[in-house]
Design a protein around this ligand. Sequence first.
Ligand SMILES: [Zn+2]
Length: 442
Amino acid sequence: MNWLIHEARILTAEGEIIGDAWIKEGRWAAIGRIPAHAKGFSFPAKGAYLLPGLIDTHVHFREPGLTPKGDFYTESRAAVAGGVTTVFDMPNTLPPTTTLEAWARKRALVRGKSWTNFALYFGATADNLPAIRQLSPKEVPGVKIFLASSTGELLLNEEPCVRALMRHSPVRLLFHSEKEERIQAALKQWEQATWAEVPDLHTRARPPEACVESTRWLLEEAQQAEVPLHVLHITTAEEVALLRHRPAHLSAETCPVYLQWSAEDFPRYQNLLKCNPSLKYAADKDALWQGLVEGTLAVVGTDHAPHLLPEKTLPYPQAPSGVPSHGYVLPWLWTLGQAFQLPLAFWIEKMVYAPARLWQIQGRGPIQEGFWADAVLFDPDGTTTVPPMEAPTYPTKCRWSPLAGSSLRGRVIAVWVNGTLSYANSLFIGRPAGQEVRFAFP
Ligand SMILES: [Zn+2]
């Protein structure tokens, strides 16, 4: 289906254009002024922003094996409602994506049921380097290394193994950067404590030093690395300071949860905000914002990690770590940035242009002729209301969010994925239109 989007404020990599856009056979055929012979269904934008669809390089869609929490169909659909059109999914599923067979099976499972475009990460273990060396950089966005244990069983903290990966991986390495020994020591001390006794319990059990020590070590090792590295979910002020001196082949990310909340918010949320790495303190949150604005943190990934509400209401030691963030991503970021008067283009840099550039995504990213038409029509002055906990109107399977009941600024009017109108006026349309992402490697 072809589309003529009329009277939009179109955000291109060169700046804003007020005009029309033509989607033909899934791709942008004309931007700004469209030829008289252009044909397609008409969609009046009425002055709303036409933005490139967000690229979320960090999600946990829980398939295979953990599908009561979420699956690729439900979570990718929720992503679309928040303006996200491409996701890269993490490997800590059941079974984990740590063999070539598991990766191929997961790909077969996801094909045809993803509302967003997708790519699937691979997971590192102590003995799967031979498989990793066979990964195709055209298809696999990276290998995830859990330097500390988190959800799932993946853990690789043997330094020689990590060094071997830094020399031989054909794809980007992504790090969950916390020091396992520090966490085990802190856990011993705090594991049996309760939120009532310790208001910042999870920050004590997974302390800032675990992150700082690990990221310092990574930065030292990075000097010898021959492959691009990416440090996930940065949470501390000290890491932001360290990362100012990062080498060019190392990039870093933070996530919306760490930009909105800090350990001071735990008394209200407790396990609902239990995620790894833990939320740190208010000064850390300020430093993350500074790192984001100055460019030390190049990318925002959501780390969408759904768990069921009954699991999150278990006592602290049993409650799983992870927070759902899909359903509302673009209005959420837009609302968060108001305090700093950040323009929409700021978030498009962090969640479209930077990922497209760093990962060398083929044919996706900015709105430009010839590229796939992944787009969001967004009303910056509209309102998005997040439903109360467990309301049936949640787009995610777990049906809750720490944002429950809040009112966000801005509203997603419509979303196109590969030129297919997939969401409009709060309704999902047709069938999943997501495709596999390809990367521009020779
Ligand atoms: Zn994650």
